[in-house]
Design a protein around this ligand. Sequence first.
Ligand code: PHE
Length: 340
Amino acid sequence: MSPLTELAELSRQFEAEAAEVADPAAWEELRIRWLGRKQGIVRARLAAFKEVPPEERRDYGQAVNRLKEQVESGLADLESRLTTAAVPVVEAVDVTLPGRRPMIGSIHPVSRVAADVVEIFDGLGYSVAEGPEIETDYYNFEALNFPPDHPARDTQDTFFLRDERLLRTHTSPVQIRTMKERRPPIRILCLGKTFRHDNDLRHSPMFHQVEGLAVAEGITFGHLKGTLYAFLKRLFGPETEVRLRPSFFPFTEPSAEVDVTCTFCHGDGCQTCSQTGWMEILGAGMVDPRVLEGCGIDPDRYSGFAFGMGLDRVAMNRYGIPNIRVLFDNDERLLRQVKR
Ligand code: PHE
């Protein structure tokens, strides 16, 4: 057999052997047999070059190179076919299975109440003000007419921090910050987190308050009462009754505790309202002249009223939530229940 015929024969032989290869081990064997450095068939044919008669060498060289290319590309093709086949075939998709629904969020009960309060007061010309949650003794107490060591401070169950700082126990410091920055007429609403070390079914160390403040010439207790009536009837429903009881806050004079008819029994008396028919809902009063003066507002010319309400309590009543902790557990079932 001439060297060239032999090469043609080898080419056919490689194709036949490659067709038999079905797994990576057989592929590796084929590679070594044909391209192995020591005894590979291609290498042996290249080495045989010098035994070929000089006049045939040109054709022979080209033919060996073609064989080498054929073997290399044949091996590469085989390899890619073997590795693709190794990927497991995915089972057919069952299009009749129910889909996975994305969870749709809903607004937290406290945020809902907050939004309602803002909307009501927006209609009365109030704007939203903000203040820091970490306060100084001055803004949380002193400027609000709580003298140092006065027993009224005890009612505030304060978390004290270092350097005369504390977690604000109410939103009232925002009254001071606003009155020091702005001149009357002032009508602001402040909503935010407040902190007291109190922890039971109806108290949480972190809770939410909304504070209202109006300062202008000629503001009277009648304006406070009218504002609260309008607000509370919008918030709890037109059939709601409102009553004011005399009370005390260092920063308001006179002061009142404000009750609404129980949202559960509508005044008949039940467990939630301890059989009284009323729910205590907010504190309010006329801004004490000393507080105005401390903020650089002339109490002979201006007067004002303020009120503060817990948002969590309102959310609990509205959505029938018996334990305040439920509001802050981050259990997504609560959001599903209150979604309307
Ligand atoms: N800051 C008072 C409290 O948290 C509530 C209040 C606000 C009372 C404004 C009167 C006026 O107890």
